[in-house]
Design a protein around this ligand. Structure first.
Ligand SMILES: [Cu+2]
Length: 309
């Protein structure tokens, strides 16, 4: 019964895998969606940055062939041993237990394979590490459970990006749980430096099409970068389990032309002005008397804090 049950579940599993693969093949033939996941697809989202393209190459042309070859080789060895050296086929087993040439081969070969992977892996890691001169900086803050985006170069103060509610997403024809109320807007073909931090717990800022994922840790600022080479909308999600609404803090990035970006910055600027004005107004009275500086500066964050959530 045990064997029969196992065989039945194995058959079911094989059927499931077969169906999954044919569905995947279907989706692959259909075309992967850019900037978001494709239902039933296998493999990675198409690249919108050179680093992502390099990561996909590293996976598809180095890691996949190596792991496939190793798996097939080990499977072949297993089948060979089961068939050739079972009790019936090989009633008198050999008594030797050591073979120096084989031991040298199975030590050196894995070392060479790992060294090959390491060379290409480190090359990619260093490329990620060596950020080109950034054209603009975006500060990303993870909150429970939404994102805050700030553009220090453009003097755009932090604005909040929440999940777009399901009815609104449906009405707009955008994917629910990927679409956000406010997108992160960046110009195409520009190096965007991303400073990532967390306000409460650890989150992670990840956009697959750009090949970036960086932890948002409270009390420290992590840095990553990307250079989007296609205009369009690209989605990401929080990638660090951060509480009950972890699945509901999507990232929406709009990559636009420089002209559109400038227009967007200008549209954000008027909103920035009233925020900057009250901050500038209490500054002169605070600056003149020394003891007054402390109460005003400590009073300033107090009304701000309840406003954020
Ligand atoms: Cu999170």
């Amino acid at each position: 019964m045990g064997i029969r049950g196992l065989a039945a579940s194995a058959a079911k599993w094989a059927l499931g895998v077969g169906v999954a693969f044919s569905l995947a093949g279907h989706a692959l033939a259909a075309e992967l969606k850019v900037g978001q996941p494709t239902d039933g697809a296998i493999g990675m989202q198409p690249a919108a940055s050179i680093m992502r393209a390099e990561s996909i190459k590293f996976h598809n042309y180095l890691l996949m062939p190596i792991i496939t070859a190793i798996s097939l080789f080990v499977l072949g060895l297993l089948i060979w041993i089961v068939l050739r050296y079972n009790k019936r086929a090989n009633p008198v087993p050999a008594k030797w237990s050591h073979n120096t040439p084989i031991e040298i081969v199975w030590t050196l070969l894995p070392v060479l394979i790992l060294a090959t992977i390491a060379i290409f892996s480190f090359r990619l890691l260093f490329a990620y590490h060596d950020m080109p001169k950034p054209d603009l900086t975006v500060k990303v803050t993870g909150y429970q459970w939404y994102w805050g985006y700030e553009y220090p170069d453009q003097k755009i103060p932090e604005f909040i990006s929440n999940i777009l509610p399901e009815d609104k997403a449906k009405a707009k024809g955008v994917p629910y749980r990927l679409a956000a109320t406010e997108p992160l807007v960046v110009p195409v073909n520009q190096v965007v430096r991303v400073w990532v931090t967390g306000a409460d717990v650890i989150h992670a800022f990840a956009v697959p099409a750009f090949g970036i994922i960086t932890d948002a840790v409270p009390g420290r600022v992590n840095e990553t970068w990307f250079k989007a080479e296609k205009t369009g909308t690209f989605y990401g999600q929080c990638r660090e389990l951060c509480g009950v609404d972890h699945a509901f803090m999507p990232i929406e990035v709009h990559v636009v032309s420089q002209a559109d970006f400038d227009a967007w910055v200008a549209s954000k600027a008027p909103k920035a002005a009233p925020l900057a004005a009250p901050a500038a107004a209490p500054a002169p009275p605070a600056g003149t008397p020394a003891p007054a500086a402390a109460p005003t500066s400590s009073a300033a964050p107090a009304p701000k804090a309840p406003a954020k959530p």
